[in-house]
Ligand binder design. Structure first.
Ligand code: HDE
Length: 690
């Protein structure tokens, strides 16, 4: 849609839309505006007149531009794309979108959870991963996260969880972070959060890019086939670029470098045709499997190890189109876990059941009307019709008088409207797969929900040494930010003792407190076999694809070396970004001027995945006096990135405290290979980890 919103009347060419001419600026009611610079006044220096309908309409509309932001997941970035089913699962599900070869239009919104709409992109936080499939049988929304489990087991605790993590009620801070009193007060008093806390304290909550995150449906759902047979299912998204995270110091500095780091990264990738892709994979299991596990598959604080139920890839998601308008699409998109199609069904997970109410409810408050489904980004792409009528912002114009049913208007030659279809319609599956559910009304949780620690232990044991150190250090950092509630850190450590004694001791040592008495577990944890799939480091992809290499140049940089480096990075599918002290560029050895993509102070090394310092002797001497240049190299080293450098750049590397290791190379082919990974074994030499 262009800047000129088309009239819905037939109108033809109007005064404001003559072919080939710049459209005329009009009021919202179509009257052409003669002057958009000056309000109407009584005399040149007199008061503004109430009569000025042009001014009043403009200010009136402006005053009401904002809508309530989402209570959680307020900060998000969205894009359009397509989902293609790649495997035949008709034996499991009759959903049309899973028909092999079927392509379905999608809209995806990624988000942080705690921060407001204007908060930064890179706090330590869970990320939302919400996908709306506009299937030919209606919309299916898979509203998931980048972590496969959740903090709580029952929807009734959600408002408490969210209140505790958002900015504190009296002071209004901190923004977008869990490192404060009220969150840890709640968490330490709620042992069911423990498993999720381990994920939240890991590098999973510091994604390098939205394009490099896994996604999960979290709850157990059901697939239902043509014969009505239901199977349990968990949904997983796996990024084609591989999963990749930053480290804490890098994430902190990214907040300073670029508030919009993730939003920009996603937008630019799609804009330049580097379309991000994910595989959709499923874990399918039956009641017999569920009954044999030491956890309850209806408990959203538990996962199913991939080693026990392997992932089966059934489709491919590609994001290939940016939004045209952020507000109209990304802000107004309304995800509803109740958007479901025949062939998929809910399970009795009590967290999911609560969500089935919440999302519909919240849209009325956010979007102001029950007709939010008519907003283009929310409207189904298949025909839809019923007898729901009117309401605020109704944009449809139903014809005839059939607004009730049953009716016999058709007998009279009138349009009688649509009718239900037992054959095509969504039918809830019978609870035959969950025999233990009875009709008794109880405010309880099922027995195995009481195990709060086994899977936290499973997660911890599945991590590399470096990942475990990051988790311990995050617990120490976050609990160190608990300012006033002295009882909270020991209570948290007391819970951690149920997960792992050594780990709890590490955190206590890091905090400088005595090891508290262990909390009595509601149910004794059991040992589960470690799962490599839970580690990021064990499955990181060594690649430059989708990654960026910062190349620092200055006057005197060798033209040939620069040219071949850029070519090598590009060949390896990386993005070469030239950084210089002045954005106008630098004069190279051959006398030509190389324009820079970014100025040094505006492009600190944390925004890159690897860096190269391509300096002549003179260039290096000049940059030794530039704090930003020394910091550039120092941070790249501290953030465990590969650094390639000319010999002449040696003094700068020395000043930055860079010591030789496998990630520090010359500018030959070795650099591009080295740049495809991070150097976690460097870290213990650089900082004290818990
Ligand atoms: Fe949400 N959640 N949630 N949530 N959630 C919302 O809906 C809620 C939960 C998730 O990009 C809200 O439209 C309750 C789990 C995402 O627009 C709200 C409970 C998971 C998004 C809401 C949960 C999520 C939301 C706020 C516990 C992962 C952003 C605005 C019963 C599986 C979607 C809105 C977007 C958004 C309620 C728990 C994911 C208030 C009551 C578990 C990705 O309705």
């Amino acid at each position: 849609m262009s800047n000129t919103v088309k009239s819905t009347g037939d109108g033809g060419e109007t005064h404001q839309q003559a072919a080939g001419e710049t459209p005329v600026l009009t009021t919202n009611h179509g009257v052409a505006i003669s002057d958009n610079q000056n309000s109407l006044k009584s005399g040149a220096r007199g008061p503004t007149l109430l009569e000025d309908f042009v001014l009043r309409e403009k200010i009136f509309h402006f005053d009401h531009e904002r809508i309530p932001e989402r209570i959680v997941h307020a900060r998000g970035s969205g894009a359009h794309g397509v989902f293609e089913a790649t495997d035949d699962i008709s034996d499991l599900s009759k959903a049309a979108l899973f028909t092999k070869g079927e392509k379905t239009e999608v809209f995806v919104r990624f988000s942080t959870v705690a921060g407001g709409a204007g908060s930064v992109d890179t706090p330590r936080d869970v990320r939302g991963f919400a996908v709306k499939f506009y299937t030919r049988e209606g919309n299916w929304d898979l509203v998931g996260n980048n972590i496969p489990v959740f903090f709580i087991q029952d929807a009734i605790k959600f408002p408490d969880l969210v209140h505790s993590v958002k900015m504190e009620a009296n002071s209004g801070y901190p923004q977008a972070g869990s490192a404060h009193d009220t969150f840890w007060d709640f968490a330490s008093l709620t042992p069911e959060t423990t498993h999720m806390l381990f994920w939240a304290m890991s590098d999973r909550t510091l994604p390098r890019s939205l394009r490099m995150m896994e996604g999960f449906g979290v709850h157990t759902f059901k697939l239902v086939n043509d014969g009505g047979k239901a199977s349990f299912v968990k949904f997983h998204w796996r990024p084609k670029l591989g999963i990749q995270s930053t480290i804490w110091d890098e994430a902190l500095k990214l907040q300073a470098a670029d508030n919009d780091y993730h939003r920009r990264d996603l937008f630019e990738a799609i804009d330049t045709g580097a379309f991000p892709e994910w595989e959709l994979a499923i874990q399918v299991f039956d009641q017999e499997f569920a009954d044999a596990q030491p956890y309850d598959v209806l408990d959203a604080t538990k996962l199913i190890p991939e080693e026990d139920v392997p992932l089966r890839v059934i489709g491919n998601l590609t994001l290939n189109r940016n939004v045209d308008n952020f507000f109209a699409e990304t802000e107004q998109v309304a995800f509803l876990p109740t958007n479901i199609v025949p062939g998929i069904d809910f399970s009795n997970d009590p967290l999911l059941q609560g969500r089935l109410f919440s999302y519909l409810d919240t849209q009325k408050s956010r979007l102001g009307t029950t007709n939010f489904h008519q907003i283009p980004v929310n409207a189904p792409r298949c025909p839809f019709g019923n007898f729901q009528r009117d309401g605020m912002m109704q944009t449809l114009v139903p014809k005839g008088r059939a607004n009730y049913e049953p009716n016999s208007l058709a007998d009279h030659g009138e349009d009688g409207g649509p009718r239900e279809s037992a054959e095509k319609g969504f039918a809830t599956t019978n609870a035959t797969t969950e025999p233990e559910e009875t009709g008794e009304k109880l405010r309880v949780r099922a027995e195995l929900f009481a195990d709060h620690y086994s899977q936290a232990r499973l997660f911890l044991k599945s991590q590399t040494e470096s990942e475990q150190a990051h988790i311990a250090s995050s617990f120490v950092f976050e609990l160190s930010k608990v300012g006033q509630l002295d009882q909270v850190p020991p209570r948290m450590v007391a819970n951690l003792r149920n997960v792992d004694e050594d780990f709890a001791k590490r955190v206590a040592d890091g905090l400088g407190i005595a090891l508290p008495k262990k909390t009595t577990a509601a149910r004794e944890p059991v040992d589960m076999a470690p799962s490599d799939a839970l580690s990021i480091h064990k499955k990181m992809k060594e690649t430059l694809e989708g990654r960026a290499v910062g190349i620092l140049i200055a006057d005197g940089t060798d033209a040939g070396a620069l040219k071949s480096l850029v070519a090598a990075v590009t060949k390896a599918k990386g993005k070469a970004v030239i950084v210089a002290p002045k954005v106008g560029g630098a004069k190279l050895s051959d006398g030509t001027t190389q324009k820079a993509d970014a100025q040094l102070a505006g492009a600190p090394s944390q925004i890159f995945d690897a860096v190269a310092v391509v300096l002549s002797e003179d260039g290096c001497t000049a940059l030794l006096k530039e704090g930003a240049a020394v910091q550039w190299a120092m941070d790249a080293f501290g953030h465990l990135k590969a650094i390639g450098a000319t010999e002449e750049a040696g003094p700068l590397l020395d000043k930055a405290g860079i010591e030789p290791d496998a990630g520090v190379t010359g500018l030959d082919g070795a650099f591009v290979t080295a740049a495809a990974k991070r150097y976690y074994d460097r870290e213990p030499k650089l900082r004290t980890l818990a």
